[in-house]
Design a protein around this ligand. Structure first.
Ligand code: UDP
Ligand code: MG
Length: 208
């Protein structure tokens, strides 16, 4: 926890910008986030990466996360939200790109209650067959315990049942909040559309 003297957390006067990057497993969230970070001053927080760091620490919480991730299930929101909030506060940044969270409506509500409403929900649309091919390819080198056929099937089920409703939830909250972008084309082509979406967020200028 930062002390008041060195606390670089934006004050209430600093406008905080939060963009959620959502979409099915293997749709290209991480790839697009890497590109966004290069052009816009965002801190990229991948919920999955934060969880994998926790798993590496070997804590009881980490061990439980590992089990749930291998089963393609969702980790309790207290854990993910806690890690995200901690990283946001510690960064002292004001622009956050949150990748792979929220993954269920209750998670969206919890973020809103504890932190804020996102400025944009970028939803990367991709057919299941394409995502599956990408995950299997990634699994050849990722070393991720969930990039295998059996877990991929479960991750798709969880995505359809729990995560897809998040998009409908935000559409209901504000009809201008969700931007759907197809992530089937090559990454650079997808990114051109992503940039046009981000440029519509008030106050965001391209760095480069
Ligand atoms: N996960 C979770 N909550 C989150 C983010 C990830 O429970 O907010 C778990 C879930 O088991 C998921 C796994 O972590 O299947 C991997 O998530 P990641 O976002 O890394 O996968 P991706 O969608 O990028 O392939
Ligand atoms: Mg990812």
């Amino acid at each position: 926890m930062a002390t008041s003297a060195s606390n670089k957390t934006p004050t209430s006067k600093t406008k905080r910008t939060v963009v959620f990057v959502l979409g099915g497993p293997g749709c290209g969230k991480g790839t697009q986030c890497e590109k966004i970070v290069k052009d816009f001053g965002f801190l990229h927080l991948s919920a999955g990466d934060l969880l994998r760091e926790e798993v590496k620490k070997g804590t009881p919480v980490g061990l439980n996360c590992d089990k749930l991730m291998k089963e393609g299930k969702l980790v309790p929101v207290e854990v993910t939200l806690g890690l995200i909030e901690k990283a946001m506060t510690a960064s002292g940044k004001s622009r956050f790109l949150i990748d792979g969270f929220p993954r269920a409506i209750d998670q969206a509500k919890a973020f809103e209650a504890k932190i804020c409403r996102p400025d944009k929900v970028l939803f990367l649309e991709c057919p299941k067959e394409v995502m599956e091919q990408r995950l299997l390819k990634r699994g050849e080198s990722s070393g991720r315990s969930d990039d295998n056929q059996a877990t991929i099937i479960k991750r798709f089920e969880t995505f359809q049942k729990e995560s897809m409703p998040v998009i409908g939830f935000y559409d209901g909250v504000d009809k201008n909040i969700v931007a759907k972008v197809s992530s089937v084309p090559p990454p650079n082509q997808v990114y051109e559309v992503v940039v046009s979406v981000l440029r519509n967020i008030p106050g965001l200028e391209v760095k480069a």
